[in-house]
Design a protein around this ligand. Structure first.
Ligand code: ZN
Ligand code: ZN
Length: 313
């Protein structure tokens, strides 16, 4: 039984709404045309978000509503965590890019995270992220770059790099972009930034991006669309001139602004295809990373010890 919760959501553009679930955003897009008008859910947030997503849908589209499809920008656990729970409630098709299917159908784990990239404590905590696949079988179908029947006015844009089959969604009529994690509008590596929704247009989350060359090409491709509204997987909405200036700057200076100075995937990317991961470069921990890990472990140990002392006092 899914508990429906009170929800706070926000409008992105006409017919598009978003909701922040912990530190991840999900979006709902209403169809303006098509045989069945309907609506589509983009991403499903972390585990435990199904009740909030259903409550948001019912507030927008009426009691007992369900989407005509769920589209995943990619299958990382913070975007697909509530998918299985939602599919128990809504029997609807799920779409993801062909190169993302191995991680949704039990065929392959994602390339390992890289906690050595720096930028904040979230990079160190990334070792806790689930990279093991979901097992959705034939409930998930492949989409290609281009159009999708459930959302005929939007374009699916292939934007790999952050994950092998990452896609973004673009509405040419008012240049609204749902960018997933191809780029984000906060510093995903910083706990302060993501928990407080502080705004800063940035490259994809560093600790879980295994192909920087592809990620750069994807940002250049998205900047070339000149979006006037960007709704990303992490961080607040960004619009207008603020967005255009920051996105152009990111595309032009991607190596300096987005790519970490050191890390597992800097010199060589992980290699993947429609069957899953084929190659990952070897892991080498640098001195800075080991020092940061030791300090974090001591701090975590200190906090836990204080809690235990409080509990037994
Ligand atoms: Zn991601
Ligand atoms: Zn994400």
């Amino acid at each position: 039984m899914i508990k429906k919760n009170k929800v706070n959501f926000f409008q992105v553009a006409q017919g598009v709404w978003g909701m922040k679930l912990m530190f991840v955003n999900v979006y709902m897009i209403a169809n303006r045309r098509g045989v069945k008008k309907g609506w589509v859910l983009v991403d499903t947030g972390p585990q435990g978000s199904a009740g909030k997503i259903i409550a948001m849908a019912e507030a927008l589209f009426g009691l007992g509503t369900r989407p005509s499809a769920i589209i995943l920008t990619h299958g990382h656990s913070d975007h697909s965590g509530s998918l299985e729970a939602l599919l128990k409630h809504w029997k609807v098709p799920v779409y993801a890019h062909e190169y993302e299917l191995p991680y949704l159908t039990g065929k392959s784990s994602y390339p390992p995270v890289d906690p050595t990239v720096g930028g904040g404590i979230m990079s160190l905590f990334s070792v806790l992220f689930r990279t093991k696949p979901l097992k959705l079988g034939n409930k998930v179908k492949a989409i290609e770059e281009g159009r999708i029947a459930e959302l005929p006015e939007w374009r699916i844009i292939y934007t790999p790099g952050h994950s092998p089959g990452h896609i973004s969604l673009f509405f040419p009529l008012n240049t609204t972009l749902i960018a997933g994690d191809a780029f984000v509008t906060t510093k995903a590596e910083s706990a302060i930034y993501i928990l407080s929704s502080l705004k800063k247009l940035s490259g994809p989350p560093r600790y879980i991006t295994p192909d920087w060359k592809a990620a750069k090409a994807s940002v250049i491709k998205l900047a070339g669309l000149h979006p006037r509204i960007a709704a990303t997987g992490h961080g607040p909405l960004m619009r207008g001139r603020e967005l255009q200036v920051a996105l152009d700057e990111l595309a032009e200076n991607f190596d300096e602004l987005a790519v970490p100075t050191s890390g597992r995937y800097i010199k060589q990317p992980a290699v993947a295809d429609e069957t899953g991961v084929l190659y990952v470069p070897p892991f080498k921990a640098n001195r800075k990373f080991i020092a940061a890990m030791i300090i974090t472990s001591i701090a975590a140990g200190f906090i836990i010890a204080r809690q235990i002392r409080k509990a037994v006092a």
